[in-house]
Write a protein that binds this ligand. Structure first.
Ligand code: BG6
Length: 516
């Protein structure tokens, strides 16, 4: 669907959106948290926008013994909690397309039951096209389900539905190191073609992350200065004020490097630093991302502490509320060595970025929620203002503010009116909310729609996942084989001495969190 609508500048803008074709969405883990918090709510919004086809249904699978009716009631509750502006009619139309079957994922008879149910529902809803299998289950179940889908030929049907239309959606974490990710890729690719596999990183569905592509490659003025000649360094931050919440069991085995760094952080790095793709086609963009990830310099294990610092939160206070330490959280080993904070310095060994440091940090229970990419430009090569007594001129910084206050800002020096010479740093700021007047759509809306439409642009290819693990596996192994512990930082702080040292030893400073 191509829409032309007036833009903020008064000129017409072209919006391209493709509505979903007839789709059967099979969600494994339908009684779980992800389905409740993200998938159902996102699909409801897509339906309200008229982008969900009439011929759509969702078949939830789970171990809990729900009837269709019970599943619908739970779904209705989840939707009403989040989408308060949904009319009864919209809700009813959507809810009536939901079904549920229960069973044991490792039992082949469950897949016979599934096949039968799909045939009935396909006929009832006149769905003969796209069939999505969504793995919203804990990762240890991925292989079992995929194998069974392969055996029963649900992964690769014979006639009516073409193979391309049957798709597998896999959530993160995808493996826990290089070996497990490669094994999982091999197992999945035995049953599904790469063209059928959609590996989710929900950061890629965020509007502001997608906008990195538009910003860099739809404007002629940034690319010529987007390199080592003009850029001093880049900082990428994902700071969270939340702790591990109810996910202690998973998180304590994962830690920040696996949970955030291997995927979200490296994906943002790839988009910010990759070469311009030749076209807006999935594989052209994914080729460039992989090429970039392959150029990240491997960490020298003997100097690891100079390049990667890990931390774990101790008790503290956030927004005036006392919070406990990581080790006191539910389902966390009281002697856990798991990191909840990572700061790292990376170099990209290619012509564009040679010797430009990329400082990346992510942590839980920090003072603010703040995700941003800050491009710090070099100082002016020669300042004529020194002779007039102005020595401390701040270099320009371009900030792509990903969340929670989505925007873009550019700082620059300007003369302050009044005195003969008086310079101050100003900010040119664009804020999505005030310009577009809408709140940002949930990342899963975009991603689910793209799975239905068959667009893999925002999904990770096997080689990107493995390249990211290849970089980080030696780090994980070093930590696992060492007795050293993460440094402590108080919950509610912004950073800690060792993380500061990582950047300050280069004569630079972390940006303040939530600084625009
Ligand atoms: C998930 C991580 O992938 O991303 C969580 O597993 C983290 O630990 C979450 O809290 C952050 O996502 P967002 O969209 O809130 O920044």
């Amino acid at each position: 669907m191509q829409k032309i609508q007036p833009s903020i500048s008064g000129q017409d803008i072209i919006c391209i959106e493709t509505a979903a074709p007839a789709t059967a969405l099979v969600v494994f883990g339908a009684s779980g948290d992800l389905t409740r918090r993200k998938l159902l709510v996102s699909l409801m919004e897509t339906s309200k926008q008229g982008l969900l086809c009439e011929e759509f249904y969702l078949l939830g699978c789970g171990r809990k013994n729900f009837s269709d009716e019970q599943f619908r009631q739970n779904a209705q509750q989840a939707i009403q909690e989040k989408c308060s502006d949904t009319t009864d009619k919209e809700l009813k139309t959507f809810i009536n397309k939901l079904y549920y079957i229960s069973g044991d994922y490792s039992d082949s008879s469950f897949y016979d039951k599934l096949t039968k149910r799909l045939a009935e529902l396909d006929e009832k809803h006149k769905v003969g096209g796209v069939r999505l299998f969504y793995l919203a289950v804990p990762p240890f179940l991925y292989e079992t389900i995929v194998e069974q889908l392969g055996k029963t030929r649900l992964a690769c049907p014979d006639d009516s539905v073409s193979k391309q239309q049957v798709r597998l959606v896999v959530e993160k974490p995808f493996g826990k190191d290089l070996q497990s990710a490669a094994e999982l890729n091999n197992k999945i690719r035995r049953c599904f073609d790469e063209s059928q596999i959609y590996r989710i990183d929900h950061y890629l569905g965020k509007e502001t992350v997608q906008n990195i592509l538009m910003f860099r490659f739809a404007n002629a003025i940034f690319e010529p200065i987007w390199n080592r000649n003009y850029i001093d360094h880049i900082q990428i931050t994902i700071a969270e004020s939340i702790g591990v919440e109810h996910r202690g069991g998973y998180y304590d085995k994962a830690g920040a490097l696996r949970d955030m760094f291997q995927n979200h952080m490296l994906q943002m790095l790839a988009l910010a630093a990759m070469e311009p793709p030749t076209s807006f086609e999935a594989d052209r963009i994914r080729d460039e991302k992989v090429k970039l990830l392959r150029s990240v310099r491997a960490f020298k294990i003997e100097q690891l502490d100079d390049f990667v610092v890990r931390g774990q939160y101790s008790p503290g206070s956030i927004n005036g509320k006392t919070v406990s330490s990581y080790r006191q959280e539910s389902k966390i080993n009281p002697e856990s060595k798991t990191e909840t904070f990572i700061a790292a310095k990376l170099f990209i060994d290619n012509w564009r970025w040679k010797d430009v440091p990329f400082y990346l940090r992510t942590g839980k229970r920090l003072s603010h929620k703040d995700t941003e990419i800050a491009i710090a430009f070099k100082k002016v090569p020669h300042s004529m203002f020194v002779s007039a007594g102005l020595e401390d001129m701040q270099p320009n910084v371009l900030v792509l503010q990903i969340q929670p206050e989505e925007g873009i800002s550019l700082s620059f020096q300007a003369k302050q009116p009044g005195s003969k010479i008086c310079m101050s740093t100003l900010n040119m700021h664009f804020d999505y909310q005030s310009v577009f007047g809408i709140s940002m759509p949930e990342a899963y809306q975009r991603l689910l729609l793209d799975c239905m439409v068959g667009d893999q642009t925002l999904f990770n290819r096997y080689d990107a996942v493995e390249t990211a693990w290849q970089l980080l596996t030696p780090v994980l192994e070093t930590w696992e084989n060492s007795d050293s512990l993460p440094y402590e930082y108080a919950a509610g702080s912004e950073s800690f001495a060792q993380a500061d040292r990582l950047i300050e030893s280069d004569g630079r400073k972390w940006r303040k969190l939530a600084e625009i």
